[in-house]
Ligand binder design. Structure first.
Ligand SMILES: [Zn+2]
Ligand SMILES: [Zn+2]
Length: 237
């Protein structure tokens, strides 16, 4: 039976665009996802690329293998660029989607985005993720960041020296947060507020500052970072 690329992709449980890349890397003449593969070709492709089927993020096996280490050798091509994997092109696994990819298609979750130390990604800094997951996370993160900047003005703060009662809901998770270093304390505090808003919290407490001296050829000056805890405001019942 002749099959179109998207039909073969459905059969294999991979997305059509990925399959298209793989097909051209394997030397098949295909123009688009509606291109028709000859009967012998489609059978061949299904056999050759069958091992990619396990890369579906829904697959329980793959979820278990998102931990570093075990990467199945039978996956022969990078799922992102289609290049052949082997001794000269090592295989890596995306922690987010589980795809096996080459180093060129691997990105690292960055330490901090703009002026606050908070992750736009749901994974800690240093986590290896594939280029597709990286590109999908950034617009979502930036949108959330813009909302956090707008909402930051509504975040109430209490210094670490405050001894009164803070209306924090102790039943909700508490996030220790910190800013990067700024020339002014106020900017560091603003960064904490943005972080809190980003984390969908409504207050920051136990705020304290750490000073560091910076030296440049013509001046030495102090910089400050703010640290604190953020959580949800207690609601009256
Ligand atoms: Zn690749
Ligand atoms: Zn991924």
């Amino acid at each position: 039976m002749k099959m179109r690329v998207y039909e073969v992709a459905a059969e294999l449980g991979v997305d059509s665009k990925t399959l298209l890349q793989l097909l051209s890397s394997l030397g098949y003449q295909v123009d688009g996802i509606t291109s028709v593969l000859e009967e012998s070709d489609s059978a061949d492709v299904i056999r050759k690329i069958g091992s990619l089927r396990q890369m579906s993020p829904d697959d329980e096996d793959i979820k278990d293998q998102t931990v570093p280490g075990e990467i199945p050798k039978k996956v022969s091509h990078c799922l992102r660029c289609g290049r052949k994997l082997g001794v000269f092109r090592k295989r890596f696994r995306c922690t987010m989607c589980g795809a096996i990819c080459c180093q060129q298609c691997l990105r690292t979750v960055p330490e901090q985005i703009e002026d606050i130390t908070v992750l736009v990604f749901d994974y800690p800094a240093g986590t290896n993720i594939c280029v597709t997951c990286f590109q999908e996370a950034i617009p979502a993160g930036e949108e959330k960041m813009a909302a956090a900047r707008t909402g930051a003005g509504r975040i109430d703060t209490w210094p670490a020296t405050y001894t009164g009662q803070i209306p924090v809901d102790t039943g909700k998770p508490v996030h220790p947060i910190e800013s990067r270093y700024f020339r002014e304390k106020q900017l560091a505090l603003n960064a904490l507020r943005v972080t809190a808003a980003f984390l969908e919290c409504d207050l920051v407490y136990e705020v304290r500052y750490e000073k560091e001296m910076r030296s440049e050829p013509d001046e030495t000056y102090p910089v400050w970072r703010a640290l604190g805890s953020t959580g949800k405001r207690r609601t009256r019942s």
